[in-house]
Design a protein around this ligand. Structure first.
Ligand code: MSP
Length: 545
């Protein structure tokens, strides 16, 4: 195989060279034809979360989504690289530290440990966890600032405006008619001070054209339209510094150390740092054009306006996609500590299991709307989709294979029309699921998959192996049980990215070893006759707690 003839690093540098001059599709075709072992990269990122508080359900949502998309990418034969991390500089973190009487770095260390631990408990397999206080990141922030400064897109000006300390946002007069921050409703302060500005306004026309020319750059469409409508107003320049005298917890500007970098100019650059920018050029060239930034709608402007213009000013290419999902709300309200309505993901995972929580948050949030977190609905979905449809199907199958086939997966016998139909439904499901994943509609992908679980249950009801057995139709029993088990295996593979723990257990129960690469498993007929099934406790117990 080509992979044996080519050293990985050699293959990657050839790839990196070609990357700069060819459209991505043609490039892969060319390399694959040339026998090069190139896997399509899939670089997926979450926001880096403020190190001021513990993770809540909103953070968990975006991070589970990243994990799910990375796992789907691997299932499709791509090479995912999944990044998450923490945003550790700035006013918010400093204030949280001061409230607790600890140093800001200590505050950041503790919260970062909570995030890492939380992600472990939710079975999140990130490839890198970046912290903005790391040296590798500070270097890159300094280099970008220096570059943009030298080319004249950063200048010293005077900032005067209304400032919200909690959100670290300056507002204009018309944003704060009542003197309160439009985001958090807290009083804003009047501030005037010399500061550095990024000449963002110079990139407005370019950005509008870029968004028009790249329909999938901002997804879903509702968010793209929001950005385009925001860009109908003249874009102002962006204040990108804070005087050290007012805020010391940040990265000093390389060209004026009396100032630190505004938290967004620091934070956004994490995506470059982790992709190998300025540390591993080949890797950066390999990954960058596949970048998918996952965020929620609260930080759309920073990602879809600040970030592209910053990259353009620094002479760097754009990410492929920015996907902004909606918010998890509670009782129709925004979740907030002060309202006391914050859903704690780890507590739910303790009760229902990490996979059930992952399933629910992915199943109940459409890509283009907010969702209300409803514990009753969580319980209903758990009972109906997981305990009943999926768990019960496995239980029945393992039981029947135990009873009628000595506990071993039977051969497929002689499939007839009904078997061919179920097989086709499973094969169609693969395409349908991947098409939904391409549009970030994991909720619909799951609905389709659970729908096919229902079809398998229906198939068993119709063919009724217990009746076939009574009637002495031994071969029909084998065909029915093989077909149902193989169909369940295929569906479980498509559910695996969302429920990796429980689906691995399901495979163990039906005596299936997942192949490497996993994509091979997406063929019909991978389940080996003769392998033993394993009985065990319910996959999703009905009794909770
Ligand atoms: N530090 C910045 C991001 C910098 S990225 C370069 C930040 N941090 S944050 O801790 O406030 O996280 C915001 C993100 O958390 C949202 O964009 C979203 O991904 C997730 N969520 C936080 N609350 C949420 C909900 N209620 N619902 C869904 N997701 C939300 O902003």
């Amino acid at each position: 195989m080509a992979i044996l003839c080519w050293g990985e690093s050699r293959a990657i540098s050839v790839y990196a060279l070609l990357c700069q001059s060819l459209p991505i599709g043609r490039l892969f075709l060319l390399l694959q034809r040339g026998g090069l072992p190139v896997k399509r990269p899939y670089y997926v990122t979450t926001p880096i979360y403020y190190a001021n508080d513990k993770p809540h359900i909103g953070h968990a949502h975006t991070t589970v989504l990243g994990d799910v998309l990375a796992r789907y990418a691997r299932l499709r034969g791509m090479e995912p690289f999944f990044l998450t991390g923490t945003d550790e500089h700035g006013q918010k973190v400093l204030e949280a530290a001061q409230r607790r009487g600890v140093a800001p770095q200590e505050q950041a260390d503790e919260i970062t440990a909570c995030f890492r631990d939380g992600w472990k408990r939710l079975d999140i397999a990130y490839d890198d966890f970046i912290r903005t206080t790391e040296r590798r990141h500070i270097r890159v922030v300094e280099a970008i600032l220096q570059r943009v400064w030298e080319q004249g897109d950063i200048y010293l000006g005077r900032y005067e405006g209304w400032y919200c300390v909690a959100d670290e946002v300056f507002w204009t007069e018309k944003d704060v008619p009542d003197g309160n921050c439009p985001e958090c409703d807290r009083p804003v302060e009047r501030l005037t001070e010399p500061n550095y500005f990024f000449r963002m306004s110079a990139y407005q026309d370019w950005l509008v054209q870029y968004i028009h020319a790249h329909p999938l750059f901002i997804q879903p469409e509702i968010r793209r339209n929001e950005v385009l409508s925001f860009l109908r107003q003249p874009l102002t320049d962006l204040c990108i510094s804070r005087p050290v005298s007012r805020l010391s917890w940040g990265i000093p500007l390389p060209f004026d150390t009396d100032y630190v970098t505004y938290v967004w100019f620091d934070a956004l650059i994490n995506y470059l740092t982790a992709a190998g920018y300025l540390s591993d050029d080949a890797r950066f060239a390999h990954l960058w054009s596949s970048t998918t930034h996952l965020i929620a709608k609260d930080i759309l402007r920073q990602h879809a306006v600040y970030w592209p213009t910053m990259l353009q000013a620094a002479g760097l290419p754009q990410p492929r996609t920015i996907f902004a999902h909606g918010w998890w709300k509670f009782g129709g309200n925004k979740m907030s500590k002060s309202r006391g309505n914050v859903v704690k993901p780890l507590e739910l995972a303790k009760v229902y299991g990490a996979d059930a929580l992952r399933y629910f948050i992915m199943r109940d949030m459409p890509p283009n709307r907010d969702a209300d977190f409803d514990l009753d609905r969580f319980d209903q979905r758990y009972q109906s989709d997981l305990a009943n449809d999926l768990g019960n199907l496995l239980h029945r199958l393992v039981n029947m294979i135990g009873r009628y086939c000595n506990g071993c997966i039977p051969d497929s016998g002689n499939p007839m029309e009904e078997e061919m139909e179920l097989r086709q439904q499973c094969l169609d499901l693969i395409e349908r699921v991947f098409a939904k994943i391409d549009r970030f509609a994991v909720n619909e992908a799951l609905a389709h998959s659970i729908g096919v679980v229902g079809e398998i249950n229906g198939y068993l009801e119709r063919t009724a192996p217990w009746k076939q057995s009574k009637a002495g139709q031994v071969e029909r029993v084998r065909t029915s049980l093989y077909t149902a088990a193989e169909a369940l295996r295929l569906v479980s593979l498509l559910l695996y990215p969302v429920m990796p723990g429980r689906m691995s257990e399901l495979w163990h129960r039906i005596g299936w070893q997942p192949p490497t690469p996993l994509r091979v498993g997406l063929e019909w007929g991978e389940l080996c006759p003769g392998n033993s099934v394993v009985d065990g406790p319910p996959l999703f117990p009905r009794e909770i707690g």
